[in-house]
Design a protein around this ligand. Structure first.
Ligand code: SF4
Ligand code: SF4
Length: 490
């Protein structure tokens, strides 16, 4: 990222330490000034939609299955209503790989857009907890003054109210979060049934609530700047063509206080071609940045975006809104801080998202999506594994027939009981499942056993004959499995 630094700023000192850590290693608490603007409102709309989805998600069912479920304890994983079992490890790996490549590709093109607009940490922090804080303690200066005070009555009730509200919200989030792990029905039982019956579940909710409380009451920006692996990888993902929240140093520098500013660069440009504007003669030349520091004061990670692209920037757009409000006041065009790539600022051209890397990533992404689509559509709710029993040989039944011995495993991947029929597809013969008349596979259950396959000798072709076996549910064929029938030694 060092190569995406404001070239007018020769010092890289700001990269040596986090803006929120003092030289002695102590944490510097960030009091971001409240800022509203067009990007803030757009992000609010997105946040409200995502919060609705988060709170509605556990109750959404697709073909009777939850939208998402990650029950690690019971090894139950459901994504978009698709249950994944241990047999789907490969599919799950492709799914995860596709997700990672998508995030990578997206980051290369649009920088840390995800963090500012879609990340749950930012959404909960900036759109719920920060609002509660502003409501109880007031804007940055009031909050700072309150923290400096001793434990006065005002501080006691304000902190008490804030932390109580924080914990209540954290408790609600923890409940919904747990619904994505153990399911909404189970969480509702924990909450509504006598405590003694679900003491473990209730403790889990309290622990999660406390973790969420600490994340939003204390850790806050540290999650984005020091804990989140995605944030730490930005230096690898971003290049000079990535579109990030950027300060236009070509337009903004040299910066200077508005009152000292006598001349705009435009006038200098005119002077260069021989046109002297009335106010130019003998006056100081400054860029559009009036050095008001508002972009720094609103930043929730405490950085100065004017130094250049930084690891700590979560692309929350607050500095864009802040600077736009200043530009409006001083009568200059908005967008001094805007979504732009480093190269577009240097070249003063619109940035392009088409470069070799993005095209290569897109190709990989489309291929992976296609492969994932194929795997998902060809995936069945029932899986049959059947193979010849080790050491077994061809057995003669009578003059006309011979048989082979197999072991099989029938797996129900769904959470419903499924009646299954297994039949030979393209050959006359007989499947004798030992001890089984009819298959009814329990939810997520499996049936294992042995089976004899008997064939007419006219259908046995030499030492190895491939036989097709169909798996039927409600008369509909779900799967076709090839098995090898070993013929007699000649
Ligand atoms: S620099 Fe701007 S976009 Fe980045 S985190 Fe700070 S305020 Fe948000
Ligand atoms: S808000 Fe805009 S004008 Fe003010 S210091 Fe930041 S970049 Fe300069």
């Amino acid at each position: 990222m060092a190569d995406q630094q404001n070239p007018q700023n020769s010092s890289e000192e700001y990269r040596d330490h986090l803006a929120t850590v003092s030289e002695s290693g102590k944490r510097i608490w960030v009091y971001p000034k409240q800022q509203k603007g067009k990007y803030y409102w757009r992000r609010t709309i997105v946040a409200v939609l995502l919060l609705l989805l988060f709170f509605a998600g556990p109750f959404i069912r697709i073909k009777g299955e939850p939208l998402l479920l990650f029950n690690i304890l019971k090894k139950e994983f459901i994504v978009m209503g698709f249950p994944f079992t241990v047999q789907d490890t490969f599919l799950f790996a492709v799914f995860m790989l596709t997700g990672i490549v998508f995030i990578l590709l997206f980051t290369v093109i649009y920088g840390r857009f995800f963090c500012g607009w879609l990340c749950p940490q930012t959404i909960f922090m900036e759109h719920i907890f920060r609002r509660i804080e502003y409501w109880v303690e007031g804007d940055a200066n009031k909050s700072r003054r309150l923290d400096k005070k001793g434990w006065t009555n005002e501080k006691k009730w304000k902190k008490g109210l804030k932390w109580t509200l924080f914990y209540l919200v954290a408790f609600v989030i923890a409940n919904f979060f747990l619904m994505y792990i153990i399911g909404s029905d189970q969480v509702i039982k924990i909450i509504t049934e006598p405590l003694g019956q679900h003491i473990g579940g209730f403790i889990a909710i309290l622990v999660f609530s406390f973790i969420f409380f600490m994340v939003f009451a204390n850790l806050r920006d540290q999650v984005c700047t020091t804990i989140c692996p995605y944030g730490r990888l930005q230096g690898v993902f971003l290049d000079k063509n990535s579109i990030t929240v950027s300060y236009d140093f070509e337009r903004g520098e040299p910066r200077g206080k508005a009152k000292k500013k006598k001349k705009k660069k435009a006038d200098v440009a005119l002077a260069d071609v021989g046109v002297t504007t009335a106010s130019f003669v003998g006056e100081e030349v400054l860029g559009d940045c009036v050095d008001c520091d508002l972009c720094v004061k609103v930043c929730p990670t405490g950085i100065d975006i004017r130094n250049g692209t930084q690891l700590e920037c979560i692309n929350c757009t607050l500095c864009m809104d802040a600077c736009d409000s200043i530009m409006e006041k001083v009568g200059r065009p908005q967008g001094l801080i805007r979504y732009a790539s480093y190269n577009s600022i240097v070249s003063k051209k619109e940035t392009t998202i088409f470069n070799v890397r993005t095209i290569a990533y897109t190709v990989v992404m489309v291929a992976l999506l296609g492969f994932l689509g194929y795997l998902l559509t060809s995936r069945t709710s029932v899986k049959l594994f059947i193979q010849r029993t080790r050491g077994s040989v061809y057995m003669k039944v009578d003059e006309q027939h011979g048989k082979n011995f197999y072991t099989y495993q029938l797996i129900n991947k769904t959470r419903k009981t499924i009646p299954v029929e297994i039949k030979l597809l393209d050959v006359d013969g007989k499947l004798d499942f030992i001890g089984v008349q009819k298959f009814v596979v329990e939810p997520k259950g499996r049936v294992e056993g042995s089976v004899f396959l008997t064939l007419d000798e006219k259908d046995i072709h030499g030492h190895s004959t491939m036989v097709k076996v169909g798996v039927f549910v409600d008369g509909k064929q779900l799967e076709e499995v090839d098995i090898n029938f070993v013929g007699p030694d000649k």
